[in-house]
Design a protein around this ligand. Structure first.
Ligand SMILES: NC(=O)c1ccc[n+]([C@@H]2O[C@H](COP(=O)([O-])OP(=O)(O)OC[C@H]3O[C@@H](n4cnc5c(N)ncnc54)[C@H](O)[C@@H]3O)[C@@H](O)[C@H]2O)c1
Length: 438
């Protein structure tokens, strides 16, 4: 059993803390958000993540998982301290490290015994070294510590499964002590033969950005092929399927549509471009992936405008979360698309199983709906934005029955064109143009 302090109880910190407690470790989770900590002590999970409530309750009940706003309390007995606070995109595109560095200063001031201090937040190359210096400078008297980097690869919506059954664990450390202590935390994963890769700190920091940027490139690549298919003919879904059968390529992240969003891929691609700029290396492939992605909301808007009948002024958005199974709307494609629709003077009705509260804070002028059918009431166009399971199996007759005009923009290529047409819908999607007449 290792005593752990997890700083930050967001998507990454809370899931990692709860999972590490479930591995049998003793975990203090610390957050500056007193309301969040108060709720967690009462078993209230601050965001939507399948299975997390049960896991937190189980481990708080077993006294392995505790919550505090006091870093000193969380640190007191900890052997390993994880920093899992946010690293949002700053105006210039680089990662905003102010939260991470602030935690570093606070740790330096509060620590009274030796620790291994680990960055779990996604941070640019060189951050752990910088942090080391900041912690040292903040210490009232010298206390020894080791630095490590343990980037997180979990995905919102399936984060517990991702944490418990990861494809790999990456541990960057300089000292054997730090590497072996962090490795020990993940010991239960040895049974699953999970690859645990140890490397230098800079390598670990770069692995995370390289991985996320590669995924973004893959998505943008298929979206570029989709744009081409729309001009020259061809079905991007069939193309992606055939490409995916090639094991060198693989089928994942090859779905054309509205592109990537969320709290990681957009900001991490921008951050890698910025890291490259500072180092004198043009990350041209990543820049191109960002540029392609940023075209997509406008492309969806153009398709929407083409589907709307003359005088049609009401649009129903089906889904606003950046992907299914999460309430996260950070950098979601729904946001620029909604902005374009509203600026064009359209009324926007929105349904989403869990993300509406977050979305409505950003767009109070949109009308919330309890179901896709309620959103479609009187609408002249439905736009499928987030492919929640329940939106994959819509009752099309019912949907069309409540609409003022039957038109459907399928931004996730879920529905079959022929089926939509047979139900009387005007239909469009991405990269699957109507077959040309023979
Ligand atoms: N969300 C994901 O899917 C995901 C996946 C992998 C990696 N990451 C990375 O993990 C990091 C965290 O992301 P997130 O989505 O969990 O962020 P988040 O915004 O959901 O959570 C961050 C938490 O840190 C807390 N915090 C901020 N400053 C603090 C301080 N000084 N002391 C204590 N708590 C503090 C905030 O109150 C908040 O609760 C980021 O670097 C992100 O890029 C995120």
């Amino acid at each position: 059993m290792i005593r752990i302090c997890m700083v930050g109880t967001g998507y990454v910190g809370l899931v990692s803390g709860a999972c590490m407690a479930d591995f049998g470790h003793e975990v203090w989770c610390v957050d500056v958000n007193a309301q969040r900590i108060d709720g967690l002590r009462r078993g209230v999970i601050p965001f939507y993540e399948p299975g997390l409530d049960t896991l937190v309750l189980k481990n708080t009940g077993a006294d392995r998982l505790k919550f505090t706003t006091s870093l000193a309390e969380g640190l007191a007995a900890a052997e390993v301290v994880f920093i899992a606070v946010q690293t949002p995109q700053s105006e210039s595109g680089e990662a905003d490290l102010s939260y991470v560095l602030q935690v570093g200063r606070e740790i330096g001031q509060a620590m009274t015994g030796p620790k291994v201090i680990v960055t779990k937040s996604t941070v640019p190359v060189g951050t752990a070294r910088h942090l080391e210096q900041i912690i040292r400078e903040a210490q009232p008297r010298p206390v020894p510590f080791d630095m490590a980097s343990n980037p997180e690869f979990l995905r919102e919506g399936s984060s517990i499964e991702d944490f418990m059954r990861p494809d790999r664990v990456v541990i960057g450390a300089d000292s054997e002590n730090a590497a072996s202590l962090v490795k020990e935390i993940y010991r239960p994963l040895y049974l699953l033969d999970t690859p645990i890769l140890t490397c230098g700190i800079e390598t670990a920091e770069l692995i995370k950005y390289a991985s996320n940027s590669y995924l973004a490139v893959k998505i943008s690549f298929i979206n570029e092929v989709a744009a081409l298919a729309e001009r020259v003919g061809g079905d991007v879904s069939a193309i992606a399927k055939a490409m995916g059968h090639d094991r060198r390529i693989g089928p994942k992240f090859l779905h054309a549509g509205l592109g990537f969003g969320g709290s990681c891929l957009p900001k991490d691609t921008h951050a890698l471009v910025h890291i490259g700029q500072q180092a004198g290396v043009d990350m041209a492939i990543v820049r191109a992936a960002i540029a392609r992605n940023e075209l997509l909301p406008r492309a969806a808007f153009a398709k929407a405008a083409a589907l709307l009948p003359a005088g049609g002024d009401t649009v129903a958005l089906l889904g606003c979360a950046f992907k299914p199974n999460t309430d996260d709307v950070r950098a979601a494609a729904s946001r620029p698309l909604t902005r374009l629709l509203l600026d064009a003077g359209l009324k926007v009705r929105v349904a989403d199983p869990v993300a509406l509260p977050m979305f409505r804070e950003l767009f109070p002028e949109t009308v919330p709906a309890a179901s896709p059918y309620e959103a479609a009431l009187g609408a002249h166009l439905c736009i499928l934005v987030t492919e929640w399971n329940e939106y994959r199996q819509l009752d099309l007759a019912r949907l069309g029955g409540v609409m003022a005009h039957r038109a459907f923009l399928d931004c996730r290529n879920v529905y079959d064109r022929q089926r939509m047409l047979s139900q009387g819908f005007a239909y469009d999607c991405f990269g699957r143009p109507a077959p040309r007449p023979a």
